[in-house]
Design a protein around this ligand. Structure first.
Ligand code: HEM
Ligand code: HEM
Length: 496
């Protein structure tokens, strides 16, 4: 019994892998539609009966929420239910209670996603970015999150491995960070409790609510949340993944465990103060803006600390990057992480932000991180997990390699077009003659962007095509002939 390898139970991990893929396709497809709607406004379909449901303003939050709360969150859950068991040396099958919680977590999550999609398409929204859901869905999300927390701490509670591997620290931080942010930012009063001053139209709609905060305070809490959603949704859990999957896939020990801990505490301390960079030149007190700006610049240290640690993990083994498309995804992902954090720190400098804010350069920065780092890493994690979870070889490594190059070209087209578009916008908006008259009318600054919007759309199509290839490769892997884990070609030489 003692020497028998543990049989991990991946039932819940498999369920979340499926939603990662499906919601990834939905979110990115909507992203591509949005990209073309910006280039060709007639695609808003204003003469169609369904125009209300397919116009840009309905679809934009559907895109952001599908990729953040659908695709990324599913990826975080799927990897937790895989990594958690392996690094803690305990199987979900050992606790019927945890198994039940895991399944409940999945099904309630699915119900919340369905409710969110319907409500966004119907135009029900709080109008706060990344916090659009009204209170009934917020409550469902809180319950889902508590179940996730029970899954995390439940497994930790019954673990055999006493040392908590660094990835577990990052998953715990993800749980605690999002719990705190989500609760505070979504504090609202349902209008059915009689907030009659807010206007006739919204009173009486049972699901409507008003924020507990007003004016500048509301903006501050919103961007404290918004920025840290990036921290605890797009950074911390993705680092958790790479610290597990890169050493596993490459057979290399992490370069420096100390550096990983130092960066961990650096990220925890600094991120929380940096949200003010979203509100530069606003009504927020000047000292807060400056603080946001300064903390954002210092944030480069732990960010690059993590990224350099990942890159140096491959020291002396760079031939693996050339040989393995899966390692390529992770190494280019780390490089994009360095890239987007450097870019973010530069955009947080007040004088740079004066040009960048409200422009497409910000959208370029977002997708540098979202496509090059977050999505690359989640796909790499699922590619690594699939053979072990489904006990089958990956269907096609050459398809994976082709996908890698198609998507890389897609990201490059996306961010280069947005850089040019953003800086063009920023410069045209502020250009003036010697009398102080604006040199361009607003519409001039819009029409000049059409070519760049089209290029972004093409980049998006390439990226989506690559994601569909990933989905196909995963599907063919699931339905192939089963093999034993010890026979898998890519089985890592390292333990769990
Ligand atoms: C050192 C790390 C980072 C810093 C200092 C930073 C800084 C910034 C700044 C200054 C903005 C523009 C605010 C504005 O003028 O509107 C921004 C926007 C944004 N960044 Fe970053 N960034 C960092 C890393 C990342 C990463 C890794 C991602 C991952 C995808 C990311 C995602 C976003 C998103 C989604 C927005 C847009 C928010 C919105 O307006 O909706 N950032 N960031
Ligand atoms: C095929 C891939 C994708 C395409 C073509 C695409 C396209 C777009 C477009 C057109 C917008 C609206 C930009 C604007 O309002 O000017 C947008 C916003 C956004 N997208 Fe994507 N997207 C894609 C994938 C993703 C993924 C995978 C993520 C996250 C993991 C993501 C996160 C976001 C975020 C956070 C915003 C809001 C940015 C802001 O407000 O500053 N996107 N996307």
């Amino acid at each position: 019994m003692e020497n028998r390898p543990l049989e991990y139970d991946y039932t819940v991990a498999k369920m979340f892998m499926l939603t990662t893929i499906v919601l990834g396709i939905v979110g990115m497809l909507v992203g591509v539609i949005l990209a073309f709607q910006l280039a060709y406004p007639s695609l808003n379909g204003s003469d169609l009966a369904i125009a209300e449901y397919i116009n840009y303003s309905r679809l934009r939050p559907l895109h952001t929420d599908a990729v953040v709360f659908g695709f990324t969150l599913s990826g975080i859950f799927a990897t937790w239910y895989y990594v958690g068991q392996r690094v803690l040396k305990v199987s979900m099958a050992e606790s019927r209670f945890l198994m039940f919680i895991g399944k409940l977590h999945f099904w309630l999550y699915l119900i919340a996603v369905a409710a969110a999609v319907i409500s966004l398409l119907m135009g029900v929204t709080t109008s706060k970015e990344y916090a659009e859901f009204e209170w009934p869905i917020d409550i469902a999300i809180v319950v889902v999150w508590i179940l996730f927390g029970m899954g995390v701490f439940g497994l930790i509670g019954i673990r055999r491995e006493k040392t908590l591997y660094i990835s577990v620290w990052y998953y715990i931080a993800t749980f605690l960070g999002i719990a705190m942010l989500y609760l505070f930012n979504n504090m609202a009063i349902p209008t059915m409790f009689g907030v009659s001053e807010i206007g006739e139209s919204s009173v009486g709609v049972w699901y409507h609510s008003v924020s507990m905060y007003a004016g500048t305070n509301d903006a501050l809490v919103q961007w404290w949340y918004g920025h840290n959603a990036v921290a605890f949704g797009f950074t911390v859990p993705i680092i958790a993944m790479i610290y597990y999957f890169l050493p596993k896939e490459s057979g290399q020990a992490i370069y420096s465990y100390k550096l990983s801990l130092l960066s961990f505490w650096g990220l925890m301390f600094l991120y929380i103060w940096a949200g003010g960079h979203h509100l530069l030149y606003s009504t927020v007190p000047d000292w807060m803006q400056t603080m946001g700006s300064i903390f954002s610049i210092i944030l480069i240290l732990p960010s690059w600390g993590s990224a350099i640690n990942m890159l140096l993990t491959m020291r002396g083994e760079w031939q693996q990057v050339a040989a393995s498309p899966l390692i390529k995804f992770m190494i280019l992902g780390s490089t994009f992480y360095m890239f987007s954090t450097l870019e973010g720190s530069i955009q947080a400098i007040k004088s740079v932000n004066a040009i960048a804010h409200f422009t497409d350069w910000i959208i370029g920065h977002v997708h540098n991180g979202a496509l090059g780092w977050v999505t690359f890493m989640i796909m790499a994690a699922l590619y690594h997990m699939a053979p072990r979870v489904f006990k089958r070889e990956i269907y096609s490594k050459s398809l994976m390699a082709t996908q890698f190059w198609i998507q890389t070209v897609g990201v490059v087209l996306y961010f280069t077009s947005m850089w040019i578009a953003g800086i063009t916008q920023g410069m045209m908006w502020r250009a003036h003659d010697e009398f102080g008259n604006l040199a361009y009318s607003f519409i001039d600054t819009v029409t000049v962007l059409y070519p760049y919007y089209t290029i972004r759309g093409v980049g998006g199509v390439l990226y989506l095509v690559g994601f569909l290839m990933f989905a196909y490769n995963m599907y063919k892997t699931m339905s192939a002939r089963p093999v034993k884990e010890s026979e898998l070609q890519s089985a890592s030489p390292m333990g769990a």
